[in-house]
Ligand binder design. Structure first.
Ligand SMILES: Cc1cc2nc3c(=O)[nH]c(=O)nc-3n(C[C@H](O)[C@H](O)[C@H](O)COP(=O)(O)OP(=O)(O)OC[C@H]3O[C@@H](n4cnc5c(N)ncnc54)[C@H](O)[C@@H]3O)c2cc1C
Length: 458
C-alpha cells in the first residue's frame, strides 16, 4: 500500500521547455487570495489550463474561476514531458479489448486519435506560438519476442475488424531498417501524431483565461480540502496564504492528487520519469528525421524521440538502465533529482540508434525529471468524484496525457457549464470515476513490477 502523495517539491530540475519563462510564470492576479470563488481549479498544468480555457471560452456569464498552483505556472509534468502528442491506436488495443471489450477499446483509440487534430485546431484557432508539428509517429521494435508478439497481435486486430487501423502502416522486418532509419529495426508501425512545445501552449491558455477574468495564484500549494462542504455547500481549501471557499473544486493535480484527495492514494501513483534534449553541432552530418519515434527495447522498456524544428531532439524514456529497480520511479515525487542510472543513457543515443548519425557529434544538452500520475488501471479519471458533490477530477494519465487531456477538459467544462452528463460528453466510458474503480484493490502498475521481477502473485 502506498501513502498519500507528498506535495510538489521545491527546486525541481529545469527542463528545456522552461529555460525561458512566460511573464505569468509566478503570477498572482491579486496580492491576496480571493475569499471565495465559484470554481477553484487546483493545478496549472495542461489539465488545469485547459479546464480554465473551456470554462471561460465564449461564456457570456462566466463563473468566477481561481487557479491555485503549488509552484510556478506549468511547472509539473506538462513542462517536463516530451511534447509528444502520440495516440495509442494499436499497441495497447488488444490489451484493452481483453480488459474492457472491443467497443470500449475502439472508443479509447478513436478518442485519442481525434485529439491530435483537436490540438492542431486549438493551436490554429487561438494562434498559439508553440512549434506545433503534425507528423507521423514511428514505433520501432528492436527485441525479437516483442516484435513477434506485436506483429501477431496487430494481424489479429486487423482480422477482427475491432479497431479502426486505417491510419496505421505496418512495415515488416525486410524493410523496417530502411523505412525507420533505425539500426536493427525488426519491424515498425507508423501513424498520425503531433508534437509541441507544451509549456508555451499551456501558458497561452492560462494567459487567455487570466484575460477573461480567471484569478491565477502561483506558488500557492493547497494543503487541505475540507472533508465536507460548509452549510452553503462550499468546500474550504486551505493554503499557507489563507483559505478560499469554492462551490466547485476541480482537481488538476495529476501525480499529486492523493495529497489532497486520499481516496486516490492507490489509484493515482506518482511515477518519476526522465527526459533530455540532444543537440547536433552545426555542420555535422545528421540525416533529417521527419517523424517522431518510440524505440521499443522490450516490454515496458522504451525511448521516445521528438526531432524538433530547431534541429534538436527531445529524448525521453531511458527505461533500460533503471526500470528494473522501481525505487527510482514507483511512488517517487521528487523531481529535484535526476535518475542517476539513466543519466548516461542519452549520451551517444542518436549515434547508437540511427543509421548515418555515427559521426553527428550529437551530445546531451540538458536532462531533467518529472512526475507522472499512473493510474492503477491505466485509465484516466475524468469527471465527478463519487461521494464528493461538486468535486471533479481530470488526472491519472499514466505518462500519456498529451493525447488525452484537451477533450477531457472540454467534456468537464460541458458538464459544469451545461449540465451535460458524462455519458453525453464523448469521453470513453472507461475514464469515468466510479465507486467500483475507487474500491478496486488491483494495481496493474505494481503487477507490472512483479511480472518484471519474476514474481507470480501480488
Ligand atoms: C519526463 C516526462 C515525459 C513525458 N512525456 C510525455 C509525452 O511525450 N507525451 C505524453 O502524452 N505525455 C508525456 N508525459 C506525461 C504528461 O506530461 C502528463 O500526462 C501531463 O502533462 C499531465 O498534465 P496535468 O496538467 O494533469 O499534470 P501536471 O502538468 O503535472 O500539472 C499538475 C499541477 O498541479 C500542481 N499541484 C499538485 N498538487 C498541488 C497542490 N496541492 N496545490 C496546488 N497545486 C498543486 C502541480 O504543481 C502541477 O503544476 C511525460 C511526463 C514526464 C514527467
Amino acid at each position: 500500500m502506498l501513502n498519500p502523495s507528498s506535495a510538489p517539491v521545491a527546486n525541481s530540475t529545469t527542463s528545456f521547455w522552461r529555460t525561458t519563462t512566460h511573464r505569468l510564470d509566478r503570477h498572482r492576479s491579486t496580492p491576496d487570495l480571493p475569499t471565495e470563488s465559484d470554481i477553484v481549479i487546483i493545478g496549472a498544468g495542461f489539465a488545469g489550463a485547459s479546464l480554465a480555457h473551456f470554462l471561460l471560452k465564449d461564456n457570456p456569464s462566466p463563473p468566477s474561476v481561481t487557479i491555485l498552483e503549488a509552484r510556478e505556472a506549468c511547472s509539473g509534468a506538462t513542462a517536463r514531458n516530451g511534447g509528444h502528442l502520440k495516440p495509442d491506436v494499436y499497441f495497447n488495443i488488444p490489451k484493452l479489448i481483453k480488459k474492457f471489450g472491443a467497443r470500449a477499446a475502439a472508443e479509447v483509440a478513436a478518442f485519442e486519435s481525434s485529439q491530435v487534430l483537436a490540438v492542431k485546431e486549438l493551436v490554429e484557432q487561438e494562434k498559439i506560438d508553440c512549434d506545433f508539428v503534425l507528423t507521423r509517429a514511428c514505433d520501432v521494435i528492436l527485441e525479437e519476442k516483442l516484435a513477434r508478439e506485436t506483429e501477431q497481435a496487430f494481424r489479429e486486430l486487423v482480422q477482427s475488424g475491432e479497431a479502426n487501423l486505417r491510419d496505421v502502416h505496418f512495415t515488416p522486418r525486410r524493410d523496417a531498417e530502411r523505412v525507420s532509419g533505425v539500426k536493427g529495426a525488426l519491424n515498425c508501425f507508423t501513424f498520425t501524431a503531433g508534437h509541441i512545445w507544451p509549456y508555451k501552449m499551456v501558458m497561452h491558455l492560462l494567459d487567455g483565461a487570466v484575460k477573461k477574468g480567471a484569478n491565477l495564484q502561483t506558488m500557492t500549494p493547497v494543503t487541505r480540502v475540507s472533508d465536507a462542504p460548509d452549510s452553503e455547500g462550499r468546500w474550504i481549501l486551505s493554503t499557507e496564504r489563507g483559505t478560499i471557499k469554492a462551490r466547485k473544486v476541480l482537481f488538476a493535480t495529476n501525480a499529486y492528487t492523493s495529497h489532497l484527495a486520499t481516496q486516490f492514494t492507490n489509484h493515482i501513483i506518482p511515477v518519476r520519469g526522465i527526459c533530455s534534449r540532444i543537440v547536433v553541432p552545426e555542420g555535422k552530418p545528421a540525416p533529417f528525421l521527419s517523424q517522431t519515434y518510440s524505440i521499443r527495447h522490450g516490454d515496458a522498456l522504451y525511448d521516445y524521440l521528438i526531432p524538433r524544428p530547431d534541429g534538436s531532439i527531445i529524448v525521453g524514456g531511458a527505461k533500460p538502465p533503471f526500470w528494473s529497480d522501481s525505487s527510482h520511479w514507483y511512488g517517487v515525487t521528487d523531481d529535484s533529482k535526476l535518475i542517476e542510472p539513466a543519466k548516461p543513457w542519452f549520451d551517444g543515443l542518436m549515434q547508437r540508434t540511427f543509421i548515418g548519425w555515427e559521426e553527428s557529434g550529437a551530445y546531451t544538452d540538458k536532462v531533467w525529471t518529472g512526475i507522472m500520475g499512473y493510474s492503477s488501471d491505466y485509465m484516466p479519471y475524468v469527471g465527478n468524484i463519487p461521494g464528493k458533490q461538486n468535486q471533479m477530477i481530470l488526472g491519472g494519465f499514466s505518462g500519456h496525457g498529451m493525447p488525452l487531456i484537451l477533450l477531457c477538459a472540454k467534456a468537464i467544462a460541458d458538464m459544469v457549464r451545461r449540465g451535460t452528463s458524462f455519458e453525453d460528453t464523448g469521453v470513453p466510458s472507461v475514464f469515468k470515476v466510479t465507486e467500483a474503480r475507487l474500491a478496486s484493490t488491483r494495481n496493474e502498475v505494481l503487477e507490472g513490477i512483479q511480472k518484471q521481477n519474476g514474481e507470480s502473485k501480488l
